[in-house]
Design a protein around this ligand. Structure first.
Ligand code: ZN
Length: 244
């Protein structure tokens, strides 16, 4: 079984479409696992929800999904994110809204726990520090854990001396999951923040027991044009080209 692992698509239809085409070209997949923040920031929330639902999939909610359906206050978001979530809430129809409302905060599939932020706090916590990583390892029962939220791809493993170690995933190759517990972030499809503006995703192969991280260039200016048309904040438009 192969699972296409995506996170933080953020209503970016061009990026999501390009990722699916790339995964198809490289051998295909059986289902999609979405780690949350399908919507928010970008111009195509409804179409992104629809595209995911065309495939067999498993999906959890992220903080932007919850805010866009009224399950989380906008007060905790910065003004740009809040503006985009307000716009998103206004354009989602009831069917797509109900789909997002029904998403759980965590899921266990195979040997994986899925959580948007962290297994300790799926809504808000970022796994970006050794301290957060150590706490995270104590909050899931499965062998491996998949998170998103930071928009930065990584593989993190426990370390006897330092507590935990973050590694940049190998690009163009696969990572052997081996016998260690791991926390893995596929990066963001729709708004990467690691300095590389190309869409980031990962593929899990349950037979080979590997995860492969991949990057793919998409039509950023097409997404930006639509964001301008809808009056979404310039800050959010500009950052797509910078990958920040
Ligand atoms: Zn996000």
């Amino acid at each position: 079984m192969k699972a296409l692992i995506v996170s933080d698509v953020h209503s970016n239809l061009e990026a999501f479409t390009t990722v699916i085409e790339d995964a198809d070209r490289l051998g295909g997949f059986d289902e999609i696992w979405s780690l949350g923040d399908l919507v928010g920031y970008g111009p195509d929330p409804g179409a992104v929800v629809d595209l995911l639902r065309e495939y067999p999939h498993q999906a959890i909610a992220g903080n932007h999904d919850l805010a866009s359906v009224g399950k989380l206050s906008l007060e905790a978001f910065n003004p740009y994110a809040a503006a985009a979530n307000t716009w998103t809430a206004g354009v989602l129809d009831e069917d797509r809204r109900q789909y997002l409302v029904g998403q759980p905060l965590t899921l266990e599939i195979d040997e994986f726990t899925l959580a948007h932020g962290s297994p300790r706090d799926p809504i808000w916590e970022y796994v970006i520090s050794v301290r957060a990583a150590i706490a995270s390892f104590n909050h899931f029962e499965t062998y491996w854990c998949l998170v998103g939220h930071s928009h930065v791809p990584f593989i993190c493993r426990p370390d006897a001396q330092r507590g935990a170690v973050f590694m940049s995933p190998p690009l163009g190759g696969s990572f052997d999951l081996g016998e260690e517990r791991l926390i893995i972030n596929p990066g963001s499809v729709g708004q990467p923040r690691d300095g590389d503006p190309s869409a980031s995703y990962a593929m899990y192969d349950s037979v080979e027991k590997t995860v492969s991280h991949r990057r793919v260039i998409y039509d950023i200016s097409a997404t930006q044009d639509k964001m301008r048309l809808h009056g979404l904040p310039d800050f959010l438009i500009d950052r797509l080209a910078q990958g920040r």
